[in-house]
Design a binder for this molecule. Structure first.
Ligand SMILES: C[C@@H]1N[C@@H](c2nc3ccccc3[nH]2)[C@H](O)[C@@H]1O
Length: 449
């Protein structure tokens, strides 16, 4: 393998308590909020077809107009504790808030730029009260930070000239200052979620990024930083030139999910997901498919079944209100979570053969296996193929203690259980207690073919 000065500094998963806590969250909330919520995807009577937080890049949005929107930022309905309570009700264990998106507008009072909340009619820190409110609800806070910053004069996507390079040095110093400032102001932050690090200019900054990550972890020991921050010595990102993950978890699943455990390379990972097809910031005109609570619950369960966390995005509007569709989904997901959280929190992958009826999650504390059933077969029979040499002790409906399932062994390590006749009204969790006692099997002979 290549000798890298700034590649992966650790092989395999982090095993410290802060990362164990992260690994066991299951469900998180993303919040995308900024001045892009003011136009909300519309300008001059036209609707932007892209992601609302990218409207500045749209030819229908004059840059001058966008860059003055901050003078209108005055979210009179902003209510951090209401947001935190809603997240609690949904069952989120952590929250990621955009401190600064690609446009460079800072939701905290930054010493290093005037393009921040202090120069808006609102005039106050947005981030601080949100951190306090979520901490008070026991929901861990992570800070989203976009390295790409369209507002900073020193920002470059490519370093073509000497002028670019000297300007970019001032941008790097600015970036370091802002990150250290955020950790200083919000020391209960558990980690940083970096974005906007795909530019060629940044891919040349292996040493700078590596040193900055080290410096940030000196300020907050154990700080959790994903794979989207650092480039390696050769400009490779997420995975270094030896194919090793750089960062504490893989941050590559944006609006998509791995299909199999192999797709995860056995790493920790998160999936960040929008409710519409592709809107992170508030867009007043959601086009196309808006996901239902069952679709989102299936994505959550699938993520946990493959050892990942599922982070669902909310985009408050210009006044700071959460739109009706998001409120409804938070409530519906919360209703399911309130009855089935033991199949999500502290759970992860088990290498039993995936079945069509749904997903397995294994509780890392109790060892119990959860069958999360989404698809009831036409014959109401659920097939269970376990790993070898285990014996099933008890199979029961998580939400109906009177419902015990009697497994019928149909071949080596293969069983079936019979569901009742009733239709599934919602994803059903069936719990399997098992142990490794030498299960006596009927000594099935494999067919000789
Ligand atoms: C988490 C998501 N990442 C940002 C983003 N910018 C992109 C540019 C190109 C392709 C995908 C992108 N996602 C989105 O604006 C959102 O913040």
């Amino acid at each position: 393998s290549l000798a890298l000065a700034h590649g992966a500094h650790r092989l395999g998963k982090r095993t410290d308590p802060m990362m164990e806590r992260w690994r066991n969250y299951g469900l998180g909330q993303f919040i995308h909020w900024g001045v892009y919520a003011i136009p909300g995807g519309q300008w001059n009577g036209a609707s932007y077809g892209g992601a609302a937080e990218w409207i500045r890049s749209w030819k229908g949005m004059p840059k001058e107009a966008y860059d003055n929107l901050y003078k209108e930022f005055d979210p009179e309905n902003y209510d951090p504790s209401a947001l935190a309570k809603q997240a609690k009700e949904m069952g989120a264990k952590y929250m990621i808030i955009t401190t600064k998106h690609h446009d460079g507008f800072c939701l905290w009072p930054s010493e290093y730029t005037d393009y921040d909340v202090t120069n808006t009619p609102y005039g106050k820190d947005i981030i601080g009260p949100l951190v306090e409110a979520y901490d008070a609800e026991g929901i861990d806070v992570y800070l989203y930070f976009s390295v790409m910053d369209w507002n900073h004069p020193g920002y470059r996507s490519v370093l073509a000239t000497e002028e670019d390079r000297s300007a970019y040095e001032s941008f790097k110093e600015f970036t370091r200052n802002q990150l250290l400032e955020l950790l200083e102001r919000y020391p209960t932050t558990k980690g940083l979620w970096f974005d906007g690090t795909w530019d060629e200019a940044w891919k040349e900054q292996a040493e700078f990024a590596d040193n900055l990550a080290t410096e940030m972890r000196k300020k907050i020991p154990g700080l959790i930083i994903g794979s989207r921050f650092r480039p390696d010595d050769y400009g490779n990102r997420h995975f270094d030139s030896n194919g090793d993950l750089m960062g504490d978890y893989e941050q590559g699943w944006e609006r998509k999910l791995p299909e199999t455990y192999e797709d995860t390379n056995g790493n920790d990972w998160d999936c960040v997901m929008t409710i519409p097809e592709n809107q992170w910031g508030y867009h007043s005109d959601w086009r196309g498919h808006v996901k239902t609570s069952y679709e989102l619950i299936e994505m959550l369960v699938k993520s946990v079944s493959l050892d990942g966390n599922f982070v669902l995005n909310f985009g408050p509007d210009a006044k700071g209100d959460i739109r009706m569709e998001e409120k409804k989904l938070a409530t519906e997901i919360g209703q399911w979570m309130s009855k089935n959280k033991s199949a999500i929190y502290n759970c992860g992958h088990i290498d039993w053969e995936k079945q069509d009826w749904g997903y397995y999650t294994q509780n890392r504390v109790t060892g119990e296996v959860n069958m999360v059933v989404f698809n009831k077969p036409i014959n109401s029979v659920l097939r269970i193929k376990t790993s070898s040499k285990i014996s099933l002790q008890k199979i029961y409906d998580l939400n109906d203690a009177t419902k015990i399932y009697d497994p019928e062994e149909i071949s080596q390590d293969e069983y079936i259980i019979q569901l009742g006749d009733e239709e599934l009204a919602e994803p059903k969790v069936i719990v399997i207690k098992y142990d490794h006692s030498k299960g006596e099997t009927k000594g099935y002979e494999k067919a000789k073919t």
